[in-house]
Design a protein around this ligand. Structure first.
Ligand SMILES: Nc1nc2c(ncn2[C@@H]2O[C@H](COP(=O)(O)OP(=O)(O)OP(=O)(O)O)[C@@H](O)[C@H]2O)c(=O)[nH]1
Length: 376
């Protein structure tokens, strides 16, 4: 298939931070090895683990190496960032998959209080149905980088404060999970009788990369730093995925607003796409929103036209490569990147990735649902 081949050929196997075939990655900082040992220790003393994964990559954001320890524990998989994942695929195919594995899971948005509350209800249910006499139960949050562990723990903290305001004075409760031994572990109290604490420090798992495509998916979702793989390769991969799935062919809903507001936006080349990130205090103003909407429409229109007019075969690696090359050029115009910019290709890649990662190009799930019984 064109996508698989282009990943190996066009994306420069071996030049990336991956070893051949995927394998270990050479960017893994030494201090994370110590962190992994600490996670194993905290896992031992926890009564339940919330394994956070990215809904866009429900399998690639798992950590196969730690799965034996995780599945030996009471575990709830929190498929976070559900707002960025295709709801039809998530709520039907993936739900069926996790059900068939008999694995407790819940799709959440870590920024949404009601969503996190539902997760906590499931956690309490799982703990209380088995343990009622323990005075203190511990819940640990783990996951690979950038899946939203801190966002989740912040939301849990807010909910904990509303349930047990006394925490406000002490901020954090130190709990002694083993009889007679007080451990220096801090958590937020979320339930009483038995007391349930969620540890305030998440366990950061090292992403596992069994093959190059998994590495690219992790990079696209932000679990591996862009600099390890290179923005251009990640953008190439994204274009390969979009084209082989025929996604741009669905972008027919294009209106004429881009032309209408072209003059308004032409002078705003310096607008920073970082401003797309949600801001609490200063939401983007109306003209910024219009600018982003026009940019998205322009990008979708450019990809729609280039794919629908393409007379090659996207399953053929050479054809797919030449289509992607053309698309880099049309994207440069759509993203209003000055033609002579020496770093144009890098700028195109960065802006295009930002649009995808913030969900502006629509919800997406990159992993395919595995065959029955192939694990989770
Ligand atoms: N759209 C969306 N973004 C989210 C969600 N949860 C977290 N994020 C964003 O994802 C990014 C990473 O979130 P963090 O909470 O820092 O992720 P983390 O797992 O703690 O990351 P590390 O500290 O690298 O291990 C941030 O920009 C969050 O705002 C979610 O449910 N939806």
């Amino acid at each position: 298939m064109g996508l698989k081949r282009i990943i190996k050929k066009g994306l420069g196997l071996g030049e990336m931070g991956f070893t051949k075939g995927g394998g270990n990655i050479n960017w893994f900082p030494g201090h994370m090895a110590a962190a992994t040992r600490a996670i194993k220790h905290r896992l031992k003393i926890s009564d339940l683990v919330i394994e956070v994964r990215d809904s866009r990559i429900p399998l690639s954001s798992a950590h196969p190496g730690l799965q034996p320890q995780l599945s030996a524990k009471r575990r709830v998989i929190a498929l976070n960032k559900k707002d960025l994942a295709n709801p039809n695929i998530l709520n039907v195919k993936w739900v069926r998959h996790f059900d068939s594995c008999k694995q407790d899971y819940i799709a959440i948005n870590a920024h949404s209080r009601s969503s996190v509350q539902k997760l906590l209800e499931l956690v309490e249910l799982k703990l209380k149905e088995v343990i009622s006499r323990e005075p203190t139960l511990l819940v640990m949050v783990v996951g690979v980088p950038n899946v939203g562990k801190s966002a989740l723990i912040n939301s849990i903290h807010q909910i904990a404060l509303s349930r047990f305001p006394v925490q406000e004075k002490t901020k954090r409760a130190t709990v002694g999970p083993l009889p007679g031994v007080t451990q220096d572990i801090a958590g937020f109290k979320i339930a009483h009788r038995p007391s349930i604490y969620v540890l305030d420090t998440p366990g950061v798992l090292v992403p596992s990369i069994p093959d190059i495509e998994t590495g690219l998916k992790l990079a696209l979702s932000g679990s591996i730093k862009d600099s390890v793989v290179g923005e251009e390769r990640i953008a190439q991969y994204l274009l390969a995925v979009l084209n082989t799935r025929g996604t741009p062919l669905h972008w027919r809903h294009l209106n004429n607003r881009t032309e209408v507001s072209q003059s308004e936006t032409e002078n705003k080349h310096e607008y920073n796409l970082k401003d797309l990130r949600p801001k609490r205090r200063k939401p983007p103003n109306a003209s910024d929103v219009t600018y982003i909407e026009d940019l998205v429409t322009g990008v979708q229109r450019a990809l729609h036209v280039s794919l629908s007019e393409f007379d090659g075969n996207v399953e053929d690696e050479n054809d797919l490569e030449s289509l992607i090359e053309q698309q880099f050029e049309v994207l440069q115009r759509a993203l209003k990147i000055p033609h002579k910019a020496s770093e144009a290709r890098l700028m195109v890649s960065k802006k295009f990735l930002t649009l995808f990662r913030t969900g502006k190009l629509g919800p997406f799930i990159l992993d395919d649902v595995p065959d029955a019984n192939s694990g989770f």
